[in-house]
Design a protein around this ligand. Structure first.
Ligand code: GLC
Ligand code: CA
Length: 558
């Protein structure tokens, strides 16, 4: 296998340095704390980590407002700590990618301080200025709960500057070649320190043109192709993952002809998984997968259920958005901007079968799965913390003080740990869950292991949907070379049955992948199967060596 394609078979895990583990007991997680927890990630089966921004920042947008691109936020540790973390991660064969935030910077960044101070400043043209806030009228506002314009007034020089996100995050001017060059230097700098690639933030917005939505412009694609080329030549084996929250046709374009991003988050699929559950119908998933499956060779969708942001509902219809709010965000506090700020477990009312089904989907649909820290434990959230902070609380390691995250007084933590009785850290934590075989954490370890045993489940396998009359059941086969996995999901909350036309697979025998339980071989008739509420099956289809009559012989280890 070509090792440069490592991302295709990997399981990713998203981490905020601040939230994982506090090694020096100041209430804030740090790189040394992260290093101490690498073994946990290795045992879970994680192959790659995505680090949220850890650069110097006034933290107006939790680090997505960078004030110095070449340094680390002191609270998170030193450059030595960072390098040590990377080399330890690599020694566990865990790769590390980091956020690359290049659309905008912090207004505390020296570049902007210079630019705003004087119209003749050398840095003035690094940003986008106008005498009125009337330019780029068709560019939508993203943080609609906070901002009412993409322009902010700079009183000193009596002009407005453009910002796509918070007003403290001025956008860079990509028409300026110095800006384009500087960001390439930033990329080189961190790759030289050992990073394995980047999750590029807010990619659609780099270039702006009057009369357009200022999203997905050809110039933006061109620039990322240049970056890709540079990375391929100077840092082979490193990757680019796109955060492009767009409609399917636009999202797909970030793969270019296989010469732009290696991966892109599957924003088209994510909300439609939840919509399928809410509607108890397989249609939304099948439709979207059919629309987005033709991507260039060696590219992959990165499949996720939740992340550090609100579950965005910008790219769904009004009707779909209503369905989502009704099903998953009954209280107004659960909503933010155009989305839902909840973690996975609370989102589905802590229903274990639903949590398992959702994970079984992202571990078997084509693409590379990515987990959000803590969701493997079934961590809760805190909707009473502002912005998206409710899904960014400390990782829960044990039932000790502060969930084993830090030894400070609770008041000193960067955010309170979760103490809601249904999700209390005294029971929802790594140590407790490792002790009990039926825990979600142990189940997650299991499913990650099972996925790794079957190549057809990995990114490169093909998918074939199996038609059936019962829309409650999603049925597909993943294939790779001569291996096939039949995957069945009951999206509804009641038991149900399906009759599947598996005539193409006649003679093969389904073996349930988790327990190796045998099922009757596929014959001439439709294959009939019942599935419990929100249940799922993965069946490895094998060429049988024994008769079905032998199915109940032998030991059962489960
Ligand atoms: C991305 C990040 C989000 C951040 C925004 C602005 O969407 O995921 O957390 O606020 O970009 O940088
Ligand atoms: Ca610390």
């Amino acid at each position: 296998m070509n090792d440069n394609l490592w991302y295709r078979d990997a399981v990713f895990y998203e981490i905020a340095v601040k939230s994982f583990h506090d090694s020096n007991n100041d209430g804030i997680g740090d790189f040394n704390g992260l290093t101490m927890k690498l073994e946990y990630l290795k045992n879970l089966g994680i192959d790659a980590i995505w680090l949220l921004p850890f650069y110097k920042s006034p933290l107006r947008d939790d680090g997505y407002d960078i004030s110095d691109y070449y340094s680390i936020l002191p609270e998170y540790g030193t450059m030595e700590d960072f390098k040590n973390f990377i080399s330890k991660a690599h020694s566990y064969s865990i790769r590390v990618i980091a956020d690359l935030v290049i659309n905008h910077i912090s207004d505390q960044n020296q570049w902007f301080i210079d630019a705003r101070s004087d119209k003749n400043s050398k840095k003035r043209d690094w940003f986008i200025w106008n005498d009125t806030p009337d330019k780029f009228k068709d560019a939508r506002i993203i943080f609609i709960d906070t901002e009412n314009s993409n322009w902010a007034y700079e009183a000193g020089t009596k002009q407005y500057y453009f910002h796509r996100f918070y007003s403290q995050q001025p956008d860079l001017n990509y028409d300026n070649p110095e800006v384009r060059e500087e960001m390439k230097n930033v990329i080189r700098y961190w790759l030289n320190l050992g990073l394995d690639g980047f999750r590029a933030d807010a990619v659609p917005y780099l270039f702006k043109r009057e009369g357009t939505s200022c999203e997905n412009l050809p110039e933006t694609h061109e620039y990322f192709k240049e970056i890709r080329k540079m990375m391929d030549i100077e840092f082979p084996g490193t990757i680019l993952l796109a955060e492009a929250n767009q409609w399917p046709t636009e999202a797909k374009k970030y793969f270019g002809n296989g010469d732009e991003f290696h991966m892109a988050f599957n924003f088209p699929l994510m909300p439609r998984i939840f919509i399928s559950l809410a509607k108890r119908s397989n249609r939304s998933i099948i439709d979207i997968i059919n629309q987005i499956s033709d991507i260039p060779d060696d590219c992959d969708w990165c499949i996720f259920l939740r992340n550090h942001d609100e579950l965005t509902l910008e790219m769904v219809t009004d009707e779909e958005r209503d369905i989502m709010y009704n099903e998953y965000a009954k209280l107004p506090k659960m909503r933010l901007n155009m989305g839902i700020r909840r973690r996975l477990a609370p989102l589905v009312d802590n229903d274990r079968s639903t949590i398992e089904l959702l994970n079984a989907l992202i571990f078997s649909l084509p693409g590379t799965p990515i987990l959000y820290y803590g969701d493997e434990l079934g961590m809760g959230d805190n909707i009473y913390l502002g912005d998206r902070n409710g899904v960014r609380t400390p990782m829960q390691w044990s039932y000790d003080r502060n969930a084993g995250f830090s030894k400070v007084d609770a008041e000193q933590l960067y955010a309170p740990v979760i103490t809601n009785p249904n999700y209390h850290y005294e029971s929802v934590n790594v140590e407790s869950e490792l002790r009990i075989s039926s825990s979600l954490l142990n189940w997650m370890k299991k499913i990650i292991g099972v996925r790794k045993d079957y190549k057809e489940l990995l990114g490169r396998g093909a998918i074939e949907f199996i038609n059936n009359k019962n829309q409650r059941v999603l049925a597909y086969i993943r294939k790779y070379e001569n291996q096939r996995m039949l995957c069945l999901f009951n999206l509804s909350r009641r038991p149900t049955y399906v009759e599947l036309d598996l005539s193409n697979y006649k003679g093969l025998k389904p073996i349930e992948a988790f327990t190796k339980a045998p099922f009757p071989r596929i014959g001439d008739l439709n294959y009939f199967i019942t599935i419990p509420p929100r249940g799922f099956f993965w069946f490895n289809l094998i060429i049988p060596e024994t008769d079905d009559s032998m199915d109940f012989e032998g030991e059962d280890n489960y």
